[in-house]
Write a protein that binds this ligand. Structure first.
Ligand code: IMP
Ligand code: MG
Length: 185
């Protein structure tokens, strides 16, 4: 495991730790308990929004106790190697499971402007499902432009561009075990 106190950055970039690996583990496990209780043994498809949510997703699903839990994956794209949303969202990989008569939990890394999820939820009207809800590792409200309801979140923040625990800047820093605020000189 990487020592989260000694992080190497690219020139001109600096990282300040916001949430330690231990804090993240506690919040994710707490959310897992809530989801265990809310869904009980009901059929539940957890959909990982690739690729930022992959680390969060893999920890979260392992903290949910439900013998009818299934996985699926969805890939959206709205960021162009920068820290600003392009507003140009495309679906790169669609869900492949049969969702009939199941609960659906979308698992995202971070909701920022809300553009990606708003766009997706406008298209996503599966028939005969029990419910559709959204879980996000971080609900970041400062740049919210679209009204997206986050049903479950581990952390609420007003601002900052974050990396680590799946979150990237230009595809880098996803592998870090803690969450950092990125500053660029
Ligand atoms: P939104 O469409 O602006 O809500 O942004 C959704 C996507 O943008 C997330 O799934 C992330 O991949 C990315 N994103 C937004 N804010 C951050 C951040 O602070 N760090 C890293 N990625 C971010
Ligand atoms: Mg991203």
């Amino acid at each position: 495991m990487i020592d989260d106190k000694i992080i190497q950055t690219m020139p001109g970039e600096s990282l300040t730790q916001i949430f330690s690996a231990e804090e993240i583990a506690k919040r994710v496990s707490d959310l897992g308990h809530i989801l265990t209780s809310d869904y009980a043994h009901e059929p539940l498809v957890c959909i990982c929004v690739l690729g930022g949510a992959v680390v969060f997703f893999s920890d979260l699903v392992r903290s949910i106790r439900n013998p009818r839990l299934e996985f699926d994956f969805l890939r959206l794209s709205s960021y162009n190697k920068s820290d600003e949303s392009s507003g140009n969202v495309t679906v790169k990989q669609w869900i492949s499971s049969d969702l009939t008569d199941k609960h659906i939990l979308l698992v995202e890394d971070i909701i920022d402007s809300g553009c990606s999820m708003h766009f997706f939820l406008e298209k996503f009207h599966p028939e005969n499902v029990r419910s559709v809800r959204l879980a996000a590792l971080i609900d970041k409200k400062e740049r919210r432009q679209y009204p997206v309801h986050v049903d479950y979140s581990c952390f609420n923040l007003d601002k900052g561009f974050l990396v680590g625990y799946g979150l990237d800047y230009a595809e880098r820093y996803r592998h870090l075990p803690a969450i950092y605020e990125l500053k660029i000189a």
